[in-house]
Each structure stands twice: as C-alpha cells, then as structure tokens.
Ligand binder design. Structure first.
Ligand code: KIV
Length: 291
C-alpha cells in the first residue's frame, strides 16, 4: 500500500483550497435544530477515504446496511451482520471528523427485544465511536427506540419502504400511492418521534405523503425517494456517482465513475501489455531521491 492511500485528514478536511471552512462535528441536537431550516445533506459512506472526502460536504454520514449490496455484492441487505457494520463504521469514523456518523442496525440485530437491541447498539457505539444508530421500523419499534434513547443511544428511525422487510412485501414497493395507507405511515412517524427518535429516514413514499409526514412531526425527515418535501435528503453514495449498475428512479447521477474506472483499467491494461507502463518516472533508481 502506498503512503498516499492512508487517510490524510489534513489534505481533504482542512486544506482551504479543497474544501469549505472547517467546522465542529455535527451533534444530534444540532441536527435536530435544523428541522424546517436549511436542508440537511446526508450520504452513505462505508470506507475511511470516502468518508474523509464527504465529511466537509455533508451534515450526516450513514454507514448504511446497503453496504451488503454495494460493497459485498449481496442480493439484498438481509445477510449483513453486526460485524460488517462495525468494521465499516470504524473505517468511516477514522475518515470523518465533522459529520454526524450514524451506523445502521442490520437485520436480526434489534427486532427480538429492546434489551437485545440496546446490547447490540451499545456494541456498535463502543466499537466504532459513532454518535447514533439507525433502525428500520415504525410503531412496532417504538418500545425499542424508547428503551435505547432513554439509555443514551440516539436513534434514527426508518419508515415507508423498509428494505429489510423485503420478504414480507414480496419486493420493494413504493408506499403511499393509495391514500388509505397514509394514516398508518404518518402514525409510524408520530410513534417513532414520541419514542425519542432524533430523526427519521422516509424511504420510497409519494410526495404528498412525504409532505404530510414532515408537517406532522417535529424531528427532521430525511428523504430517499421521498421528494423535496423532507427536511433533508440522503442517497447511497455509489448510486449518486454512478458506481452501481441498478439506478432507481429517485437517484440522480452526479458522476459516472463506472465509465471512469473502466476507461482507466482499459488504458492501464493496454499500457502494461504494450510495456508502456511503468516508465522511468515510476521506477526506483540507485541515484534518484524518490518516495
Ligand atoms: O442502508 C442504507 O444505505 C439506507 C439509506 C439508503 C437510507 O438505509
């Protein structure tokens, strides 16, 4: 591994040419105070270097269990373990100094009982140093959220489309297309707020429902596929930069990293095969002072 690949917080975080002014790390109360104000900017991050690049530009970095699909090639998020989340959470915490870092609770780690949820979440907080955890679920998870928040673990809830419910739903379904479903989803939002959640991810819901949810609660709503009617937005970083092949309707691609990687790898392969790489710039010599 080259020395350039270790995390240089100085280069990306404090270099005035590269990034906006350094700021203090976002806290849970600071995040909550942004309800109804300047939209909250959130992205997923799974690795230290990406976290370091996104840190100054985001309010919150989520170590999402989507890492199962995006990083580990799983078909869905159900196979993700607490160990995966802790390992990636540690990397992100090494890279991020300013953003509020939230780590997802994977399927099977919190549903059984509030006590088990607390124990696993405490392990995530202790072993990663993150400030909060996220868990999927609405009203049914309210007792668990209350148990955790009253014992010192801030919780971000996640309602609407819940990817860990894949098998129950028979696929990923947009919520709230039928107005008759609105009330129970709005109730989910109210219950997680009452239980003490500091924020709620609202996934895959129609715009009018997102607006209603956002107006019905006093904690920030963070939308993904839920329109601009939320207090903030989150996307999976790899979707946003074009580094994941499946692109849902709600994703806007801000870059095309797949194309960049393919082009770079093609050029590298061509140059290696033609013996045009390495050149003398890339080899160690007896006399030259090199790194
Ligand atoms: O796992 C994840 O990345 C998420 C976000 C997309 C909200 O839950």
């Amino acid at each position: 591994m080259s020395s350039q690949s270790t995390i240089s917080k100085k280069s990306a975080v404090t270099d005035p040419d590269q990034s906006p002014k350094p700021r203090k790390r976002m806290t849970v109360p600071g995040f909550m105070a942004r309800k109804g104000g300047e939209p909250l900017v959130c992205l997923t991050a799974y690795t230290a270097h990406v976290a370091n690049l996104l840190d100054q530009r985001c309010d919150l970095l989520l170590v999402g269990d989507s890492l199962g699909m995006v990083i580990h090639g799983m078909p869905n998020t159900l196979g993700v373990t607490l160990e995966h989340m802790i390992m990636h959470g540690q990397g992100v915490m090494r890279g991020a100094e300013k953003s509020l870092v939230v780590v997802d609770m994977p399927f099977g780690s919190f549903e059984e009982s509030p006590e088990i949820a607390f124990r696993n979440a405490a392990r995530v907080v202790k072993e990663t140093g993150c400030a909060a955890v996220k868990l999927e679920g609405g009203a049914e998870m309210a007792p668990t959220i209350q148990h955790m928040t009253r014992r010192g673990i801030p919780v971000m809830a996640h309602i609407g489309l819940m990817p860990q419910n894949l098998n129950m739903m028979g696929g990923f379904k947009i919520a709230g297309r039928d107005e008759r479903d609105w009330e129970y989803i709005i109730q989910d939002a109210r219950e997680v707020e009452k239980a003490g959640a500091f924020s709620v991810v609202v996934e895959g819901v129609t715009e009018p429902l997102a607006e209603k949810i956002t107006q019905s609660i006093s904690i920030p709503t963070i939308g993904i596929g839920a329109s601009k009617e939320c207090d903030g937005q989150i996307l999976v970083f790899e979707d946003m930069i074009g580094l994941f092949p499946r692109v849902p309707t709600f994703v806007k691609r801000y870059g095309n990293m797949e194309e960049m990687i393919a082009n770079a790898a093609d050029l590298y392969a061509e140059e290696v095969r033609a013996r045009r790489f390495p050149t003398e710039d890339h080899v160690y010599t007896l006399n030259k002072k090199d790194g």
